[in-house]
Design a protein around this ligand. Structure first.
Ligand code: ATP
Length: 325
């Protein structure tokens, strides 16, 4: 449907929330209003679209939101949107409310929904919003910077008490399928081990041997960053304590990584990506996702974007291991 005239833009947040989503919403709203468009906010992601939870948004509705974590539009997962009937219904609701262009802020799954809507004639643009950094077409995803700094600060605090008590600490960070948060915390917090879903075959016996060896070398603590996708941190701590005799505690940082006021980086990237999404819609583009690659803001075809795979950079992982000497 490229070339269609856009008069009303819809915006929704979908999948897991991420700090900076509000900055993206604000940017979409104000850019669109500034260019003479009408803006409709859709609450609770695709579920809210199917339930017709649609509100008009003014410039004032997004006042005082740039510094707030979470998403003022709320977010949800929606099974119905995965079905053809759900997708057709969602497209029909967009038409009913005059939404010619839709900005979807979320992860790969959310982009798949946007792709289906584009097939049914709603011009869609995706903005990468996820703390996981796991979207292949972009080097940056909104929320990662805040989340990784929150986790890093928490781990620093755990390290203090871990050193005082000469403990081993297993710290579980978010990342069901992606190990970026774990990798970055591993490097930033100087962890001895990083366990990531991408490296599933971790060797617990080797970790135990390394802990024993490191104690002989006079190390006062041992930090293991464990990604949520591997999990089992509490049992792992029991097994390690039993085998090494070193007091071992597990801490699951959990949802606090999702919340909090977005960092400067998240606010700025979100603001630029939000404006760019509106501009792409005004250029008549659809089925695209905004990204950041090689120092520039770019856009990709969604079909291509969601089939790309993002691997953990092996060299960075090797560096993390070297620095744990
Ligand atoms: P994150 O993984 O960071 O939480 P995400 O956008 O990848 O973000 P998902 O739960 O995978 O999160 O997807 C969000 C929503 O997008 C789903 O609940 C569903 O409504 C929709 N969606 C996901 N996959 C598809 C698909 N293949 N077709 C249509 N809609 C989809």
């Amino acid at each position: 449907m490229a070339g269609k005239i856009i008069r009303t833009i819809g915006v929704l947040t979908s999948g897991g929330d991420a700090p900076g989503m509000n900055a993206a919403i604000r940017s979409v709203v104000r850019t669109a209003l500034g260019k003479g468009l009408k803006v409709r906010g859709i609450r609770r992601g695709y579920q809210g679209l199917l339930n017709e939870e649609i509100i008009d948004l003014s410039a004032r509705d997004v006042s005082e939101t740039i510094q707030r974590g979470g998403t003022i539009l709320q977010t949800a997962r929606c099974e119905e949107m995965r079905t053809e009937e759900g997708q057709q219904k969602a497209a029909a609701i967009c038409k009913k409310y005059g939404i010619d262009g839709l900005v979807v802020i979320g992860g790969d799954g959310s982009f798949a929904g946007a792709q289906r809507l584009a097939n049914y004639g709603v011009n869609t643009i995706g903005i990468p919003g996820t703390i996981d950094l796991d979207i292949a077409c972009t080097e940056y995803t909104i929320g990662f910077d805040t989340a990784v700094n929150t986790a890093m600060e928490a781990i620093d605090k755990i390290r203090d008490t871990s050193t005082s008590h000469e403990r081993c600490s297993i710290i579980e960070v978010m990342g069901r399928d992606a190990g970026y948060l774990a990798l970055w915390c591993g490097i930033a917090n100087g962890a001895e081990r990083i366990l990531m879903p991408e490296e599933h075959d971790y060797d617990e016996d080797a970790i135990i041997a390394d802990i024993q060896e490191s104690r002989k070398r006079g190390k006062k603590n041992y930090i293991i960053i464990n990604a949520e996708g591997i999990g089992d941190s509490v049992n792992m701590a029991k097994r390690i304590e039993e085998a090494t005799g070193m007091e071992t505690r597990a801490t699951i940082i959990g949802y606090m990584q999702r919340g909090g006021s977005p960092s400067c980086k998240d606010r700025v990237y979100a603001s630029i990506m939000g404006a760019m999404a509106v501009d792409l819609l005004l250029e008549g583009k659809s089925n695209r996702v905004v990204g950041y690659k090689h120092g520039e803001y770019v856009d990709f075809d969604i079909d291509e974007a969601i089939t790309m795979k993002k691997a953990i950079p092996e060299y960075q992982y090797e560096i993390a291991k070297q620095l744990a000497l």
